[in-house]
Design a protein around this ligand. Structure first.
Ligand code: NAD
Length: 365
């Protein structure tokens, strides 16, 4: 059930192409600040409710990052076989792009999400006919692919600001990163370059832990070659679920949703959790962590680097300028939210939501 409220959703579309069997959903949540921005999720199980929830997160994320975008999201329901079949995937993306002519880029701008990346954005804009209908496109189409690590770069800056806020020494801080994909590997890389000690990383196959620190460059190479971080031999191999309870200062969940929950919240030892992934902590677990004074930087602040790079692409900025913009915006917003939360004695998520809602309300007039 989608509950409509003072913000939206403005449009919920079901798109079906009987000839090519495209089954898709588009939710445009709120366009007060600009066209609804959000990725195309391609999974067998994507639902209208899921797309709506993600579109709403985009409304807040864009408002908080002060971008001229609203919130939107789309989903293509496709089987695992279709997702693996490049030809079929291309067909689906093209027909979806075509179906959204007149809607994208006018009131919706697509981007990568689960199972869609820069090539999928190419097919989408080919079908749509307008290069502005998606961001995260390949470089030859004037794009700034998410594969350049923008989101991880934002998570890195958010972590630095939060550490400073807590008065923790960067050179002493021990960090664990759950998930070593696009977001996790870049966050780990930038943090290690700054001198922080990455003591554990995990992926779907397991967790590697060394309290003296891991060599992140080497890990990236090993992950690329073998697909598994546990092939890195200098450390203890643990089940991936062990990462949440390790003795670290900073925990960066950067893979799945709901991984920190009532089942493991009492094991958490970190003083700071920076949400690289979307909704990695359940709301009941978050409440307990807030009571324990564990500082949580919410997803829609910490992982906004991707959408900020989308804006940079939309404006025709170069890569370097995109990284700079991400640094400026993420630093400013993380600080703003943490200070407001502390002043009002509320959680950072509540503070962030207050700011985002106020900006959207103002734009709605
Ligand atoms: P990705 O597919 O590149 O990487 C996901 C990683 O998670 C992989 O290394 C995978 O092995 C790992 N993983 C899967 N199951 C795991 C488990 N049980 N334990 C530990 N690791 C596991 O995905 P990504 O683009 O890095 O996205 C990660 C998260 O960040 C998602 O929640 C996504 O919605 C969010 N996010 C991504 C971006 C972006 O620009 N890529 C932007 C905003 C938010």
């Amino acid at each position: 059930m989608i509950e409509k409220d003072e913000f939206g959703p403005e449009k919920i579309l079901e798109i079906y192409n009987p000839k090519l069997r495209l089954n898709a959903i588009l939710v445009i949540d709120n366009t007060a600040l600009g066209p609804g921005k959000g990725g195309i999720r391609m999974t067998p199980s994507v639902t209208k409710e899921e797309v709506f929830r993600l579109a709403r997160v985009m409304t807040w994320k864009c408002a908080l990052a002060e971008l001229p975008f609203g919130g939107g999201k789309s989903g293509i329901i496709a089987s695992d076989e279709e997702i693996k079949d490049k030809k079929r995937k291309r067909e689906l993306l093209k027909v979806f792009g075509k179906a959204l002519r007149g809607i994208a880029p006018e009131t919706y701008i697509a981007a990568p999400d689960i199972n869609t990346g820069e090539e999928e954005m190419r097919w989408f804009v080919e079908g749509n006919g307008n290069l502005n209908s998606a961001t995260g496109k390949p470089k030859d189409l004037g794009g700034l692919p998410h594969e350049l690590g923008f989101t991880g770069y934002g998570v890195f800056h958010s972590t630095l600001v939060a550490l400073e806020f807590l008065g923790l020494d960067l050179n002493e801080a021990k960090v664990a990163v759950e998930g070593f994909g696009n977001v996790g590997s870049f966050a780990a890389k930038f943090l290690a370059e700054k001198g922080l000690k990455i003591v554990a990383v995990s992926d779907s196959k397991g967790c590697i832990y060394n309290e003296n620190g891991l060599d992140v460059e080497k890990l990236i190479k090993i992950k690329k070659e073998s697909g598994k971080v546990i092939e890195y031999k200098e450390g203890k191999i643990l089940p991936n679920s062990a990462i949440y309870g390790l003795n670290v200062d900073v925990l960066i969940p950067a893979a799945l949703a709901d991984v920190i929950n009532l089942g493991n919240v009492n094991e958490i030892k970190a003083k700071l959790i920076v949400e690289g992934a979307n909704i990695p902590i359940t709301s009941d677990a978050e409440k307990i962590l807030n009571e324990r004074n564990v500082l949580i930087v919410p997803d829609f602040i910490a992982n906004a680097g991707g959408v900020i790079s989308s804006y940079a692409e939309y404006m025709g900025f170069e890569e370097k300028k995109a990284f700079k913009l991400i640094e400026e915006k993420i630093k400013k917003n993380t600080k703003l939210v943490l200070e407001k939360a502390s002043e009002k004695n509320i959680s950072p998520r509540e503070a962030a939501l207050e700011i985002a809602k106020e900006r959207v309300r103002r734009a709605m007039g």
